[in-house]
Structures are given as structure tokens and as C-alpha cells.
Design a binder for this molecule. Structure first.
Ligand code: SAM
Length: 222
């Protein structure tokens, strides 16, 4: 008996994902160390931080990427909004899920122009460009408008903005949609306000920490 295959297993998708994960495993720590020691870091604006980290991929790890794919597949997602695209690793996992779901669009967002170009190139290499649109600039502007309801909201930009982005997208979140917030065990202090909000039953979500990678808060809208 033959089983259906996944877009994730296509050679062109495997090749680009493996290259990007390996590059991040090799380079990101040293870049992060250098940037954190830069005197400009402590007082830097969001834009300056994005510039200082322009060469850092900061992607979800392989397990987290497969989790994003499986979550989007199991709920037959067609519309995904992503806050923080970087080099496009998480975007590729989502785009693969959309292809296997029969179509759809992941709308990414990225402050750093060089990263927008790289993410677009990586999606093209994966053969998944038609499932993704990367919007350049501040997500608070670029994700503001959208006529479609959202099946998955992925939060992975600068941590202090998760709640603002959630509030902005909230009118487009349908009952049963999921909000996935990355890095909640890596940055517990910066994400305390977000977690207090999303875990409070008064706000209309059921939420749980998934201990994959740097911790993903998985929240379903009631
Ligand atoms: C952790 S990385 C994203 C990694 C990506 N999701 C992945 O898994 O491959 C965070 C990215 O968010 C971007 N970012 C931060 N604040 C942003 C904003 N206000 N609007 C758009 N992008 C932003 C940063 O430039 C950075 O590249």
C-alpha cells in the first residue's frame, strides 16, 4: 500500500530547509553574541535591532518547523499570517502545508529589506512562491489590512509586540483558529504580558505551552 507523500519530502524543499537550518546552527550564535555586545543594542529601536540582526536567521528549529506544518495541515488552514519572517524558514513549512491542503496563502512580514529578498528567494528555491506573500516593513502597518479570515496567526517577531499584533489581527481570527507564539520559554519575561493575556479565560482562548524548540504557546480561539 502506498501512502500520500508530503511537500516537505520533496527534494527541493528538503534541500533548502537543510541548507538554512545548517547555516543557522553554524552562524547564528556568533552573530547573536556579537550583536548583544554592541553598545547600540540596549537602547536600539525595533528597526535598529532588525538591522543589527540582518545576517541572523533566528529560525524555528526542525522540530518546531514540522510542528507548524502538522498544525496547519490538521486544521486544513488556507490563510496564515506570520509576524516575523526573517529568511523564510517557518514560511516554507507553512507554504508546504498550504500546498498539501490544496491551496492558500501565508502572508509574512519582515522589517529588514535584505531578509525580505532572501525569504522570497528561498521560497522560490523550494518551489513554493505561489503560496506566500512577504510584506516588507513594520508588521503593524503591513498586516493591518486583510479582507480574509485567518486560520493561523504565527507570532515570531520582536517579543514586546506580540500582544499588539494579536489585538490588530483579532477581528479577523475565526472561532477555532490557532495562534502560535514562538520563544515563550526563551523569553519568559518579555512574553509575560502576552502569556497572562492569552491564558486568561476571559479573553476567549484555551492555551497550552508546547515544549518544542524555544517553546510555542498554542492557543485556540473559542
Ligand atoms: C525570530 S526571527 C523570525 C524567524 C522566522 N519566523 C523563522 O522561523 O524562520 C524575527 C524576525 O522578525 C523581524 N521583525 C521584528 N519586528 C518586526 C516588525 N515590527 N515587523 C516586521 N518584522 C519584524 C526581525 O527583523 C526578524 O527577522
Amino acid at each position: 500500500m502506498t501512502h500520500p507523500s508530503s511537500t516537505l519530502w520533496r527534494p527541493e524543499v528538503q534541500k533548502i530547509l537543510e541548507r538554512l537550518h545548517t547555516q543557522a546552527d553554524t552562524d547564528d550564535e556568533a552573530i547573536g553574541e556579537r550583536v548583544r555586545n554592541d553598545p547600540a543594542w540596549k537602547t536600539a529601536s525595533s528597526e535598529t535591532k532588525a538591522t543589527l540582526l540582518r545576517d541572523a536567521m533566528l529560525p524555528v528549529c526542525r522540530d518546531a518547523g514540522r510542528f507548524l506544518y502538522t498544525a496547519a495541515r490538521s486544521m486544513k488552514a488556507a490563510r496564515i499570517v506570520e509576524f516575523g519572517t526573517s529568511f523564510g524558514v517557518s514560511t516554507i513549512y507553512f507554504a508546504a502545508a498550504l500546498r498539501d491542503n490544496g491551496g492558500g496563502l501565508v502572508i509574512g512580514s519582515e522589517l529588514e529589506p535584505g531578509k525580505v529578498a532572501k525569504a522570497s528567494q528561498h521560497l522560490a528555491e523550494a518551489g513554493l512562491s505561489e503560496y506566500a506573500e512577504i510584506r516588507a516593513g513594520d508588521a503593524m502597518q503591513t498586516l493591518r489590512d486583510g479582507e480574509h479570515t485567518v486560520d493561523v496567526l504565527f507570532l515570531d517577531g520582536w517579543k514586546e509586540m506580540y500582544l499588539d499584533v494579536l489585538h490588530m489581527i483579532a477581528p479577523r481570527l475565526r472561532p477555532g483558529c490557532i495562534v502560535l507564539a514562538d520563544d515563550v520559554t526563551l523569553f519568559p519575561d518579555q512574553l509575560a504580558t502576552y502569556l497572562n493575556y492569552i491564558r486568561n479565560p476571559a479573553h476567549g482562548f484555551v492555551s497550552v505551552l508546547v515544549p518544542i524548540g524555544d517553546g510555542i504557546e498554542y492557543s485556540v480561539k473559542l
